[in-house]
Design a protein around this ligand. Structure first.
Ligand code: CDP
Length: 227
């Protein structure tokens, strides 16, 4: 696959639709950089929490997002984190996965100045090429010029079970029902917001991963990359 002419691949979709697993597999196969944009919005939500800023205070959250420095670095093989995330130099790779961030991230990611600050950094990384970038609006807004766009979806029940297993294996204490309710609330906020709502780009290849293993999903994507 590494001789393909593809330079920018975007993978969008709702939480736990398989973006991280599939994005990483694709990046590894192609020798491309893997970039998970969700961690940036999570870092903003965490920064607000740590600073005692109310997530509903758009002005204060926006000012904070413009002030903080978020560095995203790739992880080595066998590392469970999707990326190493530094917030003003501190490693927050695990802290951004805490329930308080899950509960507030979709609020802060709806703010125009927050998005503007994050998208500018994401475009800079994306336009260097040889990248698999995952998120909600990568094919529609961040990198509309991408060579190949993939949109992954899966039923809420399947996604909740996947996320519950992830969290449970890391010692999380949320029930399956709580995880599912959290995902449903985030889906609604992400698809219903005015700015860059979650939706497939017109030229995206949409795959429902509900009944597919990661390998089966990759097999469906491979012919698309060659085309
Ligand atoms: O990992 P998970 O699928 O749960 O979510 P994530 O990709 O880490 O994204 C967390 C939240 O950040 C999403 O629910 C969106 O509100 C926001 N986000 C966004 O608005 N745009 C992106 N490109 C990526 C994430």
């Amino acid at each position: 696959m590494s001789d393909l002419p593809v330079k920018i691949i975007t993978v969008d979709g709702p939480a736990a639709s398989g973006k991280t697993t599939i994005g990483r597999m694709l990046a590894d196969k192609l020798g491309f950089m893997f970039f998970d944009t969700g961690v940036m919005y999570r870092a903003v939500a965490l920064a607000a929490y740590q600073a005692g800023v109310n997530p509903t205070d758009e002005e204060a959250v926006s000012a904070l997002a413009e002030k903080i420095t978020i560095d995203v670095k790739p992880v080595g093989a066998g590392d469970d984190r999707t990326s190493i995330v530094l917030l003003d130099g501190d490693d927050v790779s695990w802290a951004i996965r805490e329930p308080v961030v899950d509960a507030t991230v979709s609020k802060v990611s709806g703010y125009a100045r927050v998005r503007a600050a994050m998208v500018a950094q994401q475009r800079k990384v994306g336009l260097r090429g040889k990248v698999v970038m995952i998120g909600r609006d990568i094919g529609t807004v961040v990198l509309p010029e991408a060579d190949k766009k993939i949109y992954l979806e899966a039923t809420l029940e399947v996604r909740a079970r996947r996320r519950f297993q992830d969290l449970d294996s890391r010692g999380g204490d949320q029930s399956l029902e709580e995880v599912q309710a959290g995902l449903a609330a985030r889906d609604e906020a992400d698809t219903g917001r005015d700015l860059s709502p979650l939706r497939p780009a017109k030229d995206a290849f949409v795959i429902d991963t509900s009944e597919l293993t990661p390998e089966e999903t990759i097999r469906k994507i491979e012919p698309l990359l060659a085309g």
